[in-house]
Design a protein around this ligand. Structure first.
Ligand SMILES: [Zn+2]
Length: 85
């Protein structure tokens, strides 16, 4: 019986590159806590800061009223998020 298969095939795992790519993209998604302007409860938002400054409407997870979310990106890349009624 000749087991001629060397069995030492080295595999370069593509997951490493994918993981790094994923982590880069994850950095854009920041979880930011704002205070709902209606019920004054803290609400955690997942804000995609890769889109730069933006404003959109998101329902409060506590009282379900629509908050106007305004995202501003500071000079240091830090997102400044405000919720307004
Ligand atoms: Zn609320």
């Amino acid at each position: 019986m000749a087991e001629s298969e060397p069995g030492n095939a080295q595999k370069v795992l593509p997951e490493i590159a994918q993981d790094r790519d994923k982590r880069l993209r994850m950095n854009y998604l920041q979880t930011i806590e704002v205070v709902c302007p209606f019920c004054w409860e803290p609400v955690v938002l997942a804000v995609d800061t890769s889109g730069g400054e933006q404003s959109y409407v998101e329902d409060c997870t506590v009282c379900c009223r629509p908050m106007n979310i305004r995202v501003e990106i500071g000079a240091n890349g830090e997102a400044n998020v405000q919720a307004e009624c």
